[in-house]
Design a binder for this molecule. Sequence first.
Ligand code: ASP
Ligand code: MG
Length: 430
Amino acid sequence: MRAFEQFPRSGRPLMVKKFGGTSVADVERIRKVARLALESQRAGNDVVVVVSAMSGETNRLLGLAHQMLSRPDARELDVIAATGEQVSTALTSMAIQSEGGQSCSFLGHQLPLRTDSAFTRARIHQVEQERIRKALARGQIAVVAGFQGVDSDDNITTLGRGGSDTTAVALAAALGADVCEIYTDVEGVYTVDPRVCASGRKLKSIPYEEMLELASLGAKVLQVRSVEIAMKYEVPVHVRSTFSEEEGTWVVSREKTFESRVLAGLACERNQARVEISGIEHHPGRVAELMELLAQMNTSVDLLRHCREDVHASLAFTLAEEELLRARPSLEQLVERMGASRVHVSAGLAKVSLVGIGIRSDPWIAARVCRSLARHGIGVSDLAVNELRISGLVEGNHADEALRILHEAFLLAPTDAAEPSAAYAEGGLQ
Ligand code: ASP
Ligand code: MG
């Protein structure tokens, strides 16, 4: 993404405020959004509002498309999906005007917000800021449609589910905003989904890197790409609730976090499938072929392992069940070409991950993950440990319990410092 800085700043602080679907779910809530934006403007800020579609609307639109065709064309899907944000953007702008403010709405193609041509999962290349700057200079609140852009041929594109977060952060980066506020229906980023585990705690702040891991590993509060852009351009992001005044969670650089926490939280991705291909002829090109195939299909796999057994090799990886559905025909062809002796697919799994900077240096954390789960009879497989996370697969119906167990084992104490292994050593191997 290329950021522009051609326009002089007004001197007033600039806030980008993004409101998710539940925050614009009906006319009353949209009025509340308008009041929040106006309050901020009256306090002396320039304000850009980014909105999602009204809650449930994107699903409804995609549902209609799938009624028409079982596998609709991605270009046409984007044409229909982008209409959700067109409605909420216009309504939000009207709400601001009805409260006595001035505003102007902008759709992706009107800015334009340029993306590549990967329909339904496009990436932002460039954000033109001229029209927004002019609106702000006129004293207006700029209301921008989230989730949508246009490619170089002016085709409408969308940025993937949850993509309004990315619109907001990209705008904040391009405009050099002081803060990007993500207003949502939860109070911030939690150590674990509080709907699954009541003792989940809201974090005051979290470094970009850990937020990126949590988002990639299933925490839905921010779209992954939005965190990547925030990290690259050092945009301070404040995740907070539309429905309360409470301070939320700051997603900022490590130096700016105010907690010396070594473990950030737990994330869970459900509906995962594990594919194991064994008895492949051992040949360096084989894995490359498979990875190229998955990349061509824009499929991301995780927990990948490639093991050599004498002259043969085996390969196992995890991917979302719906990705498997998409990838299956091509995978089957490839597996046949590889001459594999056995392909085993298991579905209904959940990938549970513990994220934190402390994982880097503490080998006991992995041991404690396994032991804590084993004590409750939960088996974990395909364990992978890297600098910032430990992930493993559990049966889908064990996911919630696994999260509660791991939360209790690692994240319950409000200041966790570097204790996990110490506590484990004290308790001994029970
Ligand atoms: N409306 C889109 C979705 O439901 C984008 C967003 O809400 O961020 O995924
Ligand atoms: Mg969202």
